[in-house]
Design a protein around this ligand. Structure first.
Ligand SMILES: Cc1cc2nc3c(=O)[nH]c(=O)nc-3n(C[C@H](O)[C@H](O)[C@H](O)COP(=O)(O)OP(=O)(O)OC[C@H]3O[C@@H](n4cnc5c(N)ncnc54)[C@H](O)[C@@H]3O)c2cc1C
Length: 403
């Protein structure tokens, strides 16, 4: 086998790219992570709802133990429709699991992942670096980067694009995307509530967009409030008391009075999905493949399932001394992942269309839908399998097995 600088080059050291490197750390592979930012932010305001399947992947990769003490279990999910009847409850005891999922602060997750990366000398972090050109050769790929104002050329068998929603790799290779602007913005903050959340995640659909509260430590919850983009600057700028009162009006009194809000942040929302999951010696994972609306908290969960499948495909190929950038190897990954991508993207997009309008008849049907879901266990079971991330063919890391 010819020798290149790396077996794998991962562009983007976000939670997905860096987790893939960790997933493959037990394999004899030389891995380079090209990351744009000089250091990973640990003050990201987002909290991630991780499905039970994602917990299994992180545990198999080996870094769950580092974040477990900071993770809050989700034991119940409560879904409601503001202004209409119809509620559904999902409960971890119904599927005999300790939790439906966990909530972890993004900043803490990044910190834990980067601490772990230091244990592996075969994983090299190349930063702050920018990819400027990609050239495909017959048996390897060549990547030009700028690093400390100098241009370097790196080679690898396979390039993995994990460089987020606005992927430069995608742009350089002119890979087409499907894009939809929701004209919605997510307002993120943490709030303290009068009553304890009892480890419940709330999803409340309102006529201006969905509102989610994810349980954190003590009486705190992370708020993901989707509003029309034109409303976002106002909701960021108003005083805390006014913000809390508007939020309370949308959510209701299930958690008593809202007492305190941390700093607020705004995230404009778009669906961006690559039309090609693989290209010559290139594969797309995480947000570089699918940037979703956060309504169902699926983005990172889907990215972790990309990692679990790709790590397994690459490990098998390496054990059989195959070229890791070979089209047949990449096609196996594509085959495995495209179904999950399609289902989750459509599910998320449909939720937004069904629940982000104020036509009375639609409101009534949504209420009926939620009530029906609550009464019929088979429907509910499908929703729960989806929520916990255990649908479809499960990679070894999801099953809690090593590669
Ligand atoms: C408000 C909100 C709430 C969310 N809540 C949830 C949730 O509850 N559950 C869930 O599963 N998901 C959730 N998500 C989605 C989740 O945040 C994303 O799916 C996840 O962050 C994707 O990770 P990633 O590593 O693929 O991309 P990113 O986090 O975007 O990371 C990309 C990395 O690539 C680097 N990069 C970019 N360009 C280049 C370049 N040219 N060269 C080198 N490096 C580059 C960036 O610096 C960054 O480090 C939420 C998203 C939002 C906006």
């Amino acid at each position: 086998m010819p020798s290149f600088d790396y077996d794998l080059l991962i562009v983007g050291g976000g939670p997905v790219g860096a987790s893939l490197a960790l997933a493959l750390a037990s394999q004899p592979l030389r891995i380079g992570i090209i990351e744009l930012s000089p250091q990973q932010s640990n003050i990201d305001s987002r909290a991630l709802a991780l499905a039970f399947g994602s917990f299994r992947i992180m545990d198999s990769i080996g870094y769950w133990a580092d974040i477990a003490q900071e993770a809050t279990p989700i034991e119940h999910i409560h879904i409601s429709n503001r202004g209409y009847f119809g509620i559904t409850h999902l409960d971890s005891t119904q599927i005999h699991l300790p939790a439906l999922g966990y909530v972890v602060k993004m900043g803490f997750l990044n910190q834990a992942i980067y601490q772990r990366l230091k244990d592996f000398s075969q994983i090299e972090l190349i930063r702050p670096a920018k990819v400027i050109q990609i050239q495909n050769r017959s048996n390897h790929t060549q990547v030009q980067i700028t690093l400390n104002s100098e241009i370097h050329t790196l080679s690898a068998q396979l390039l993995i694009a994990a460089d987020g929603a606005h992927s430069v790799v995608r742009q350089l290779l002119q890979v087409p995307v499907y894009k939809k602007d929701y004209d919605q913005t997510a307002i993120i903050t943490n709030i303290e509530t009068e009553h304890p959340h009892q480890f419940t995640a709330f999803e409340r659909f309102t006529d201006t967009g969905p509102l989610a509260l994810l349980p954190l430590a003590k009486n705190y919850s992370n708020v993901v409030w989707t509003v029309k983009s034109s409303q976002a600057p106002y909701l960021i700028e108003i005083k805390d008391e006014e913000f809390l009162s508007k939020l309370q009006d949308r959510f209701g009194n299930r958690l008593g009075k809202f007492i305190h809000a941390d700093q607020r942040y705004a995230f404009p929302l778009q669906l961006i999905k690559t039309r090609q999951l693989i290209s010559d010696r290139v594969v797309f994972i995480g947000n570089a493949a699918h940037n979703l609306h956060p309504v169902a908290g699926q983005g990172f969960n889907l990215g972790l399932r990309d990692i679990a499948a790709l790590a397994e495909v690459l490990t098998n190929a390496h054990r059989q001394s195959q070229d890791l950038g070979n089209q047949a190897v990449l096609a196996t990954y594509k085959q495995w992942r495209q179904w999950d991508h399609r289902i989750v993207t459509q599910f998320t997009d449909t939720l937004i269309h069904l629940f982000s309008n104020n036509y009375p008849l639609w409101g009534l049907s949504r209420g009926l839908g939620l009530a029906t879901l609550d009464i019929f266990p088979p429907f509910k079971k499908v929703l729960m399998q989806q929520a916990i991330g255990l649908m479809g063919q499960q990679p070894r890391l999801v099953q809690g097995l090593s590669l």
